[in-house]
Design a protein around this ligand. Structure first.
Ligand code: GLU
Length: 374
């Protein structure tokens, strides 16, 4: 009886132990692909993520992929595609088992593809030409900007007011005995003196005042009118010049509609621009968009911020500049066909590389600290 009970307990314990071992193996065992792996990896040139240097592909994404492949001891060959659309098609059709470049993770692409966990956080930004002008041309520009119709209108009004004040004072003040401000009764040269006085009073610089009571009353009114006019003139001039400087300039995405903008075909930037009524020039390679901008064929390039910042700091230095901040955040991922058996090991490897510092080392090699803060 007792021995039966003992054997039952023993069998029960043994069962619990064996089940927990199997259970434990199921949850903690690394996903391993035992057979040798030889992948075709689709990619595309987008410096500094992927580009050719001395006949070899390099860049942030290429080095990160190399680190993943080393970590998993997988072999691979890179397949370069011309556009982001061609890259995605290669993955969808199975010509490549995965794709890595500067591929944004979007809900739309998520319907057709699976993505790894994010490998880079970026977003869209605007780039424009740096205005290259000689000092003389800049000065002429400034003068033309200053003497615009609005300002000329204000100067005309000022002249008219001076003429009116001068005539009233001339009428009231001319030839008063010997003491008057205007000694002669004649129009010339009396009006010159009155004109000089009215202009000087407007500038708060009059050294002499009329003597007759009537003229003095008008003088007081003229002095107050002058104060108001100068204040109004200054305010108008300042706002006019500010508006003129802002007009036509691209300072943010709200200035893009109606402007000609270049970006790459099939990119998230292209989709954004088309949705916002911007005239898009779509090109295959981002370098072609830079050329369009530098040749003056477009007024801006809209693309991935890290790509634009890299160009503006290297080959485009002094020629182009980014405007404002990232206006639409996006993250990059490695793209797979749905339910790819390679996704899980790659995600695990990415975590491993983040924990052992490899990811940071590659990141810091390609992106300087300001870019880091994006
Ligand atoms: N991040 C962009 C996208 O995924 C890149 C486009 C491109 O490579 O041209 O749409």
């Amino acid at each position: 009886m007792w021995s039966k009970a003992y054997s039952l307990i023993f069998i029960g314990l043994w069962w619990i132990l064996s089940v927990s071992v199997v259970w434990g193996q199921e949850t903690s065992a690394p996903v391993k692909i035992d057979a040798p792996v030889n992948l075709t990896v689709a990619t595309r040139d987008v410096p500094p993520f992927v580009f050719e240097e001395k006949g070899k592909l390099t860049g942030f994404s290429i080095e990160l992929w190399q680190a993943i492949a080393d970590d998993l001891q997988w072999k691979y060959s890179l397949k370069r595609e011309e556009t982001i659309g061609a890259l995605l098609s290669a993955v969808q059709s199975g010509k490549a088992q995965l794709g890595i470049a500067a591929i944004s993770i979007t809900a739309e692409r998520g319907k057709t593809f699976d993505f790894s966990q994010p490998i880079y956080d970026g977003g869209l930004q605007i780039m424009v030409r740096v205005k290259e002008r000689s000092a003389g041309a800049a000065f002429l520009d400034y003068l033309l900007n200053f003497f615009n119709p609005n300002v000329l209108g204000l100067l005309g009004t000022m002249l008219l007011l001076i003429l009116i004040a001068a005539h009233i004072i001339w009428l009231l003040e001319r030839g008063i005995a010997d003491e008057g401000m205007i000694e002669t009764k004649r129009y010339f040269p009396g009006i010159f003196k009155a004109f000089w006085w009215a202009a000087a009073t407007l500038g708060a610089q009059a050294d002499e005042m009329p003597k007759s009571y009537a003229a003095r009353t008008v003088a007081v009114l003229w002095m107050f009118t002058s104060i108001f006019f100068v204040a109004y003139f200054t305010a108008q001039l300042t706002s006019d010049l500010t508006v003129r400087r802002l007009e036509g300039a691209i300072n943010g995405p709200e200035d893009l509609p109606g402007k000609r903008v270049a970006t790459t075909a099939g990119s998230t930037a292209e989709a954004y621009l088309k949705n916002h009524g911007v005239k898009v020039t779509s090109v295959e390679h981002i370098e072609d968009a830079y050329k369009e901008l530098e040749n003056g064929n477009v007024e801006a390039v809209v693309f991935d911020s890290p790509v634009l910042l890299y160009y503006a700091a290297h080959d485009g230095k002094g020629k182009v500049d980014t405007v404002g901040q990232v206006f639409k955040k996006e993250a990059y991922g490695i793209v797979f066909p749905p339910a790819s058996r390679f996704r899980r090991p790659i995600n695990e490897s990415l975590l491993h590389l983040r924990e052992n510092g490899t990811y940071d080392a590659i990141y810091n090699k390609w992106f300087s600290p300001p870019d880091n803060s994006q």
